[in-house]
Design a protein around this ligand. Structure first.
Ligand code: NAD
Length: 468
């Protein structure tokens, strides 16, 4: 359905600042139409057997595979990440469709015969209605797929409001969904920013909303949605710490730290932001990462050989640059300065930036920067490193690099983070595990992906049955 808007949002390519598309800023009527379509389609979609509902997802998977290159190109154009990173994102996107196809098994209930003489009791899972999704800009194709395929496979209908900065890949996926045979009204797209999210949050016809974005917005959205009586799951921002022990395999550790801090220009919610070097690990890991980071090729993500693309916008570049200035002012040692990098041309580029002598009280150690800035701090022991991480308000990911099973176990058990890496720089859960987050990185209880998503998108009914 065409939008009735007269208000259009420019979509820019962050590698050169050029406007590459315009998305409609959906009007109140547009949002109302989408919700009405989803609401009326729910009545018939929920009755389609699960094995038939998943047939459209099989076709969507096949079409996504067929279009992996043009979808990856769309991600790179709207977001800036390198083509290889976009292809990686597409793999994770498709993987979620694959897992959701297991719904006939995943959605099964349970039963017990003879709970009392001649009485059986069983539980069935049923869809709830219309669900909505508000994603961030950084994984524009993948994040909505942590939710949508599961919601739809369970028999709900769906509305996605892509990030206004990166709406292209999601619009393309919606076209493929139509081609896959999604009945009209099952999947709906509205575009825009905050006011469109709020229209979804306030509408009583929507049963629940999944949000992924920064923590302050996650909390606001969580409060607004729960106040309106909705099921909510809100994934927030991150400040991920990587602990490097003296017995770590240094070459692999340096590689992992580099990929974690500077992959996707540091714009991952699982990006390593602070290295806590324990004891003698400091010199080896710091020198190794600085040397490797110096040769990272920054530039347009479509160019062969580019290893790091731009950040999303001029505002984002300025924000990251301000953090670098603040780090210097607060007394950290700037080992590598990514401001105005070579190859930056006319886009929104910041090169790999590394600070040493960072203190846990400094702004760059506490706040999410969401750009290619890595801080290094020292700790005398694993205990001290864990205590430092305990003070951080976020709890998305924490990793340890060590060859000691004992230390790895101690760390995994004690650290309060939803995703824990052991000798892994980006501990991203596969789609058959849920995507966790603790502290201010998550508001809610059921997460995206896997069985948690099935539970979020269904309600369980208990039936107690006797026949005379
Ligand atoms: P953001 O919070 O600015 O925006 C996210 C979405 O919320 C967008 O679609 C935006 O239009 C909408 N929005 C903005 N303000 C709103 C408001 N007041 N009410 C309702 N909706 C509103 O985030 P971003 O800059 O697009 O993305 C980056 C953030 O996302 C980072 O903090 C990153 O850590 C986080 N993130 C988290 C995860 C995770 O799994 N925890 C994954 C990816 C990204």
């Amino acid at each position: 359905m065409e939008s009735s808007t007269s208000d259009w949002i420019d979509v820019t390519n962050p590698a050169n600042g050029e406007v590459i598309a315009r998305a409609p800023s959906s009007t109140g009527n547009d949002v109302d139409d989408a919700i009405s379509a989803a609401e009326s389609t729910f009545n018939s979609w929920r009755l389609v057997p699960a094995v038939d509902r998943t047939q459209v997802l099989f076709r969507l998977k096949a079409l996504m595979e067929e279009h992996v290159e043009d979808l990856s190109a769309a991600i790179t154009a709207e977001n800036g990440k390198t083509l290889d990173e976009s292809r990686g994102e597409m793999r994770r996107t498709i993987e979620n469709v694959e897992v959701a196809i297991g719904v006939p098994s995943l959605m099964m209930g349970s039963n017990l015969e003879n709970v009392s003489t001649g009485i059986d009791e069983y539980a069935v899972r049923q869809p709830l209605g219309v669900f909505g999704m508000v994603p961030p800009f950084n994984f524009p194709a993948m994040v909505p797929m942590w939710f949508m395929p599961y919601a739809i496979a369970c028999g709900n209908t769906y509305i996605i409001k892509p990030s206004e900065q990166t709406p292209l890949s999601q619009a393309r996926i919606a076209e493929l969904a139509v081609e896959s045979g999604f009945p009209p009204g099952v999947l709906n797209i509205v575009h825009g920013g905050r006011s469109v999210s709020e229209a979804l949050l306030d509408d009583p016809r929507i049963a629940g909303i999944s949000f992924v974005g920064s923590s302050s917005v996650a909390l606001e959205v969580y409060r607004r949605g729960t106040a309106a009586g909705k099921r909510m799951q809100c994934q927030g921002g991150a400040k991920n710490y990587l602990v490097v022990m003296p017995d770590a395999s240094m070459e692999e550790t340096v590689d992992n730290v580099l990929g974690s801090a500077f992959g996707a220009a540091g714009q991952r919610c699982l990006a390593g932001s602070v290295v806590v070097a324990v004891g003698e690990a400091h010199e080896a890991v710091t020198n190794g990462v600085v040397e490797a980071a110096k040769s990272v090729k920054v530039g347009d993500g479509t160019r062969p050989g580019t290893e790091m693309g731009p950040v999303i916008s001029a505002a984002s570049r300025d924000r990251v640059t301000n953090y670098i200035e603040q780090g210097v002012e607060e007394g950290a040692t700037l080992l590598l300065d990514g401001r105005n990098p070579d190859g930056g041309d006319s886009g929104y580029f910041v090169g790999p930036t590394i600070f040493d002598d960072v203190d846990p009280s400094m702004t760059i150690a506490r706040e999410e920067i969401f750009g290619p800035v890595l801080s290094v701090m020292r700790a005398g022991s694993l205990d001290e490193a864990i205590e430092t991480i305990d003070q951080v308000p976020y709890g998305n990911m924490a990793s340890i690099f060590t060859s000691s099973g004992r230390d790895a176990r101690e760390f995994s058990s004690r650290v309060r983070a939803g995703n824990v890496g052991v000798n892994i720089g980006v501990a991203a859960p596969m789609a058959f595990f849920h995507f966790g987050g603790m502290k201010e990185s998550f508001y809610g209880d059921l997460h995206g992906q896997a069985r948690d998503a099935i539970n979020f998108f269904t309600e369980e009914k208990i039936i107690v049955e006797r026949w005379f």
